[in-house]
Design a protein around this ligand. Structure first.
Ligand code: C2E
Ligand code: CA
Ligand code: CA
Length: 271
């Protein structure tokens, strides 16, 4: 009986998320916030991560941790990713135009990476917004469940076309290092769990320094998430001066307009 009730509960919840997501997408109530990504060596902004939010009927924002897993199971994730791409390309237009090295980082699900239609969509959008593929990074969480071989092959197709693939939440999954070394990745994002352990536990510093060595060995970019204090930033600068950082110390995720006000596009197109 308990099992039956539990199944009924799961079914009801799944159905209510499906309806909620369907209505939100039809009403165009998906919005995107942006968090700056900063180069530690000169404190300059080098990109922004696009983070999805759903606007509820009363205007409250539903955080992605609530609706992204539901969107993955209900089959809406592809639609959400495409919507985030379109918005981010439009919202960040001034930054892209001013700085050819500015990039936007989009969170993708393994389903997106495994889809050739998504690659075609991305290329069409990149071209129609006058961007280069190098101005787009795709963040794939290390906890993806798809098979390693099929993911590696699919990632190669994106990286051959110039898109930068980043492994997100590094350290929270179970990937073996040989697998990471074989993947066509452009960078690693260290999970904030380790950043936050930097000034509390010796093990935090040890893990971050090992990931720094790994990134240097693989010659890939390193981005550290969840930097909240000057002390953490100072420790990271000693460990790996070339890394980029992201966290509340530099800016919380915010809508496009305040983002552009706080981080004005600076012309770096050269002479
Ligand atoms: P994530 O990709 O690891 O994104 C970073 C999360 O950490 C964001 O939460 C951000 O607000 C938060 N954060 C950033 N700096 C700090 C800090 O200094 N301290 C702390 N405590 N937190 C910080 P958010 O926006 O709630 O997103 C949660 C997760 O939802 C993301 O984690 C990502 O996995 C997923 N997500 C967000 N947008 C999308 C999307 O468009 N598509 C997909 N597939 N997933 C998304
Ligand atoms: Ca991310
Ligand atoms: Ca992350």
């Amino acid at each position: 009986a308990c099992l039956g009730l539990w199944h009924a509960h799961l079914y009801r919840e799944g159905r209510s998320w499906r309806q909620k997501l369907e209505r939100a997408l039809n009403d165009d109530r998906l919005t995107v916030h942006y968090q700056p990504i900063v180069r530690l060596s000169d404190n300059r902004i080098c990109g922004a991560e696009a983070l999805a939010r759903l606007v509820d009927f009363d205007g409250t924002l539903i955080p992605p941790d609530h609706f992204i897993p539901a969107a993955e199971t209900c089959g809406f994730i592809g639609q959400i990713t495409r919507s985030v791409v379109r918005r981010a390309f439009t919202d960040m237009a001034a930054h892209f135009a001013a700085d050819p090295n500015f990039y936007v980082s989009i969170n993708v699900a393994s389903e997106d990476i495994l889809s050739l239609e998504f690659l075609d969509f991305l290329e069409t959008e990149t071209r129609s917004h006058g961007l280069s593929a190098g101005q787009v990074a795709l963040e794939l969480t290390e906890r993806s469940t798809a098979s390693e071989d099929s993911l590696t092959q699919a990632m190669a197709a994106f990286s051959r076309r110039g898109y930068r693939i980043l492994i997100d939440d590094f350290g929270t999954g179970y990937s073996n290092l040989a697998y990471i070394a074989r993947m066509p990745i452009a960078g690693i994002k260290i999970d904030r769990m380790f950043t936050q352990a930097l000034d509390q536990q010796a093990i935090g510093a040890l893990i971050v320094s090992k990931v720094c060595e790994l990134a240097a060995g693989l010659k890939v970019d390193l981005i550290c998430e969840g930097v909240e204090t000057e002390d953490q930033a100072a420790r990271l600068a000693v460990m790996y001066p070339g890394m980029c950082v992201q966290g509340f110390l530099y800016g919380r995720p915010m809508p496009a307009v305040p983002f552009s006000r706080a981080f004005a596009a600076v012309d770096r197109r050269g002479p």
